[in-house]
Design a protein around this ligand. Structure first.
Ligand code: SAM
Length: 397
């Protein structure tokens, strides 16, 4: 039975695959970019999820989407002593509708009704966070502290047959992501900026359902400025990074030193970084998982002419095929990899993919299939972006 829900991020397919990778059959796609999980919220390691924006505990299920019944259930929830309130001080309340037919005005009116009830149970002041949209944004929930003890966001989620009422218990820490991305000493627009959230998703897809045991070593063979290494360290893994360019190795080194200087938690994790051409390198010691964003070829701001595109595809394909052939005999059979490789968006939502995707078995890999997501839909891109990233999840044969 579902006990918690995760609100999936901008590309729900990636968030769903990430959850399935970690929690397997306990994950159910509900509707409207929401995943249900058959675990209590405190058993979910939310801080490591790059593809979910909020985590909530289910409080009640209403077997219809009738507004009166939802309102009645909400009143019952806020009256109950099980709906925890702080001992004193300000309390903030927010409501979010996900697929339930309620306008922002209706939600605001409902918020005021709930506020009156909460006031009867709470000594301090009660404020509501007004809706201008049906769902409060991550930033609103984060900055109004709705996911901690001084606040509550109640989610109304339409699953088709019923309405779930859930209380948000965690929200993505926007400030921490921004710090990890922007404040690190070495960045390089030329190698692309891998968002820390996407790095987390890549790591989770690589690690699969066995994320907990340490020490485990994650290798990024195209580590660049070290975003994947950084996020893997924060998740408690030892990391190993290699890159063709000595400058990138120096950047990764500086970034990891910076990270470890501000994170006391990192004292047990170790890292190793060295220059290496991924098509020929020998990695020692053997890593447990491979996670990274590979060479993506030259950047494009507009769709290139056919010959240029084909040349780029062919060059990148040759390098990455050589890399996959080189690393395969160095890994134990069954080792899992998640690699973000380029796919070129030649028309909206139409991608030119790497030819190597059709010969993975021949090179010695199996593609990991997901129950709830088709593996060929794991693409990360923005509408106007030519070079998308295709997340390839593999195991060594
Ligand atoms: C898209 S960037 C990865 C950026 C990285 N995710 C980061 O956090 O900065 C690809 C990296 O692959 C490196 N590279 C290109 N060809 C390589 C090769 N044959 N072997 C190893 N690294 C290579 C580039 O130097 C570049 O740093």
């Amino acid at each position: 039975m579902i006990q918690s829900v995760c609100i999936l991020g901008r590309q729900p397919v990636l968030g769903l695959a990430e959850l399935e990778s970690l929690y397997g059959p306990l994950v159910q796609a509900t509707a409207h970019g929401v995943a249900g999980i058959g675990l209590p919220a405190d058993a979910i390691d939310f801080a490591r999820l790059g593809g979910s924006t909020k985590l909530a505990t289910i409080l009640a299920t209403v077997t219809s989407s009738n507004q009166k019944q939802i309102e009645k259930a909400l009143l019952g929830i806020v009256r109950s002593p099980a709906f925890l309130l702080p001992k004193s001080g300000k309390f903030h309340l927010g409501l979010s509708s996900i697929g339930v037919d309620m306008s922002p005005a209706k939600l605001n009116a409902l918020g005021l009704t709930l506020k009156k009830v909460i006031r009867t149970r709470h000594d301090g002041s009660v404020r509501t966070v007004p809706n201008t949209t049906p769902e409060l944004s991550t930033a609103q929930v984060f900055h109004s502290h709705l996911a901690n003890e001084n606040g509550a966001e109640l989610l109304l989620i339409n699953t088709g047959q019923q309405t779930i009422i859930a209380r948000t218990v965690a929200v993505q820490d926007i400030d921490s992501y921004t710090l990890r991305d922007r404040a690190r000493p070495k960045r390089d627009a030329r190698v692309g900026m891998l968002p820390p959230k996407l790095a987390q998703t890549i790591i989770n897809l690589a690690v699969g359902s066995n994320p907990g045991q340490t020490p485990l070593t994650i290798l990024d063979p195209f580590c660049g400025t070290g975003v994947v290494l950084q996020e893997a360290l924060l998740m408690g893994y030892n990391v190993y990074g290699t890159d063709l360019e000595p400058r990138m190795i120096a950047y990764s080194q500086a970034n990891l030193e910076w990270l470890s200087a501000q994170n006391l938690k990192l004292e047990h994790e170790t890292w190793k970084i060295e220059v290496g051409d991924a098509t020929t390198h020998r990695w020692e010691p053997r890593p447990t998982f491979i996670a990274g964003e590979t060479y993506l070829g030259r950047p494009f701001t507009e769709v290139p002419d056919r010959a240029t595109l084909e040349q780029t595809v062919s060059d990148v394909n040759a390098i990455l095929t050589k890399f996959l052939r080189n690393i395969r005999p160095q890994l134990t059979p069954g080792t899992r990899l998640c690699l973000a490789m380029p796919a070129w968006q030649t028309r909206p939502n139409t991608f030119r993919r790497l030819p190597l995707l059709d010969s993975l078995e021949k090179i010695g890999y199996n593609r990991v299939e997901f129950e709830r997501v088709s593996s060929d839909r794991l693409l990360y891109y923005r509408e106007d972006q030519i070079v998308a990233r295709e997340l390839l999840v593999l195991t060594v044969k």
